[in-house]
Ligand binder design. Structure first.
Ligand code: BES
Ligand code: MN
Ligand code: ZN
Length: 489
């Protein structure tokens, strides 16, 4: 897909496109000052009342023999003063209608809007269009047809719009990268496959370096919690470390840690059958880390960034961890595993302990951690936990701006008491109530020295039901956050 900015000087029509999208105001008048040709083409349509407020939100007008192209797409803005939410609905609506035309090229005129607004509109359209362009057809013998649209042009007077289009496309493609990893079946996305993904990222981007730790190395580091999760699987665990260097080496990096359970059967505490296939998505946190690394490198952000992925498969088996087993984590704390299905916190606690060695400027983990988070927040907001208010605010604001929202949840010490164990320092489950909170509290025992935040994306990382598939969340939130860090740097 190609997105380009086409300079336009007052009303001059550049022509040469299959379809132009004309934005109309609430009174069904073109928002851009139309050229004489456009006015002539629109007159019969706007004059006959076919495009009435109640009748249509949009209308396709075929043209024959016109220098304007093959058709005009009329699209009414829901209100001329676009709120944040209306903005994303606008992007979605316009992208859907343009894509449905099945033309190879189309043009959208944003030249009359003030630059800030036009950039926000363009960003929203590009992100939606990238979303529509995504297919997961890897295992289809006859793949469904691809999108016809190849080139979307934006008319503008703003010399910076091209830059906006570029960064929106980088983000859109990173989201699709995360979706593809998430959608990949568990037998094609093992911990070693994820490690290969990291090696490929480093090969594609000279600013990224990758290091893969195997089970023996993790043993040496004392990662007993992480290793206990992989004990029942035929696929060995991997700790994947990616370093992006975008500024002076001694500047503290931001560190992202992703839960990379390539399949979560529950282990000996086996999950029930219905929807168990969805547990291939239990590596979506990891996918968002890969995608954020890619977007950061492609945007050459002037920051340092470390991505860590704790990759393992959670399976029952003769050597699998059993309820009641006690393991020692890298941080030295012992953990009684009362439920082998609470495995995300076990791989994360060792990855978070490992992250400390980078002395992070901020440390953020992303995990499909608890079904309880889905109960609490549904599929709209990711659960956000943080031991630092400024970090929490920055993440919330980033999510708000890019429409990938999170909602802050409490990390009160009162909850922590629920994790006490009779035989070890900590138990890995906490009894009834507040399951997403107590899971976050478990992690907080391993991050007290850092500015740390945790995103529980169990409800937001994939769509259920008919549209089942990875969403790519919270890649937008993360990339927007990292871009804000780069801006502040
Ligand atoms: N990966 C799951 C969380 C999950 C479940 C995400 C369903 C999305 C949908 C996680 O490893 C898990 O199994 N958590 C348990 C924790 C419990 C045993 C304390 C859960 O949520 O049931
Ligand atoms: Mn589990
Ligand atoms: Zn899990």
């Amino acid at each position: 897909m190609k997105f380009s900015a086409q300079p336009v000087s007052n009303g001059a029509d550049p022509g040469g496109t299959d379809c132009r999208t004309i934005l109309l105001d609430d009174a069904d008048q073109p928002i851009a000052a139309p050229t004489a040709e456009l006015t002539a083409a629109l007159a019969p349509v706007l004059g006959c009342g076919a495009f009435g407020k109640t009748a249509y939100q949009n209308l396709l007008v075929p043209l024959s023999d016109s220098p304007l192209g093959r058709a005009l797409l009329l699209y009414r803005l829901p209100n001329s003063d676009l709120s944040r939410l209306a903005l994303w609905a606008f992007g979605d609506g316009v992208a859907n209608h343009i894509a449905a035309l099945n033309f190879p090229q189309a043009t959208l005129d944003l030249s009359v809007f003030d630059p800030e607004k036009a950039r926000a509109m363009a960003e929203s359209v590009v992100l939606s269009m990238c979303q529509l362009d995504y297919r997961y057809t890897e295992f289809k013998s006859t793949p469904p047809p691809k999108m016809k649209l190849q080139h979307l042009r934006f008319l503008t007077q703003d010399p910076q719009l091209a830059e906006t289009l570029k960064s929106a496309q980088i983000l859109g493609e990173a989201i699709n990268f995360a979706r593809r990893l998430g959608d990949t079946p568990g037998n094609h996305c093992t911990p070693t496959d994820l490690a290969d993904t990291a090696v490929q990222l480093a090969a594609d981007h000279s600013a990224i370096e990758t290091q893969i730790l195997g089970e023996r190395q993790m043993q040496k580091l004392g990662m007993g919690a992480l290793l206990s999760v992989a004990a029942g699987s035929q696929h060995p665990a991997r700790l994947i470390v990616m370093k992006y260097c975008g500024t002076r080496a001694k500047i503290a990096p931001h560190v992202l840690v992703g839960k990379g359970i390539t399949f979560d059967s529950g282990g000996i505490t086996l999950k029930p059958g219905p929807a168990m296939d969805e547990m291939k998505f239990d590596m979506c946190g990891a996918a968002s880390v890969f995608a954020a690394m890619q977007a950061t490198a492609r945007s050459t952000l002037p920051i340092n960034l470390v991505g860590i992925v704790a990759a393992a498969e959670n399976m029952p088996g003769g050597r699998a961890t059993k309820p009641g087993d006690v393991v020692r984590s890298m941080a030295g704390k012992t953990i009684e595993i009362l439920n082998t299905d609470a495995e995300g916190r076990l791989v994360l606690c060792d990855a978070l302990a490992y992250a400390a060695k980078f002395k992070p400027a901020s440390l953020i983990d992303i995990a499909t951690l608890t079904g309880a988070c889905v109960v609490a927040l549904g599929h709209q907001a990711s659960g956000l936990y943080a031991n630092d208010d400024a970090l929490a605010e920055a993440l919330l604001a980033a999510g708000e701006r890019i429409y990938d929202r999170a909602w802050r949840m409490p990390l009160w010490t009162e909850y922590k008491a629920q994790l006490e164990s009779k035989v070890a320092d900590l138990a890995n489950i906490a009894g009834r109530g507040a399951g997403s909170v107590t899971a976050a509290c478990f992690l907080s025992h391993f991050t007290s020295e850092q500015k740390w935040a945790h995103l529980d994306v169990a409800g937001t990382a994939w769509h259920r039901g008919d549209t089942k598939g990875a969403t790519g969340r919270p890649v937008s939130l993360l990339v927007e956050y990292l871009r804000s860090c780069a801006q502040a740097a």
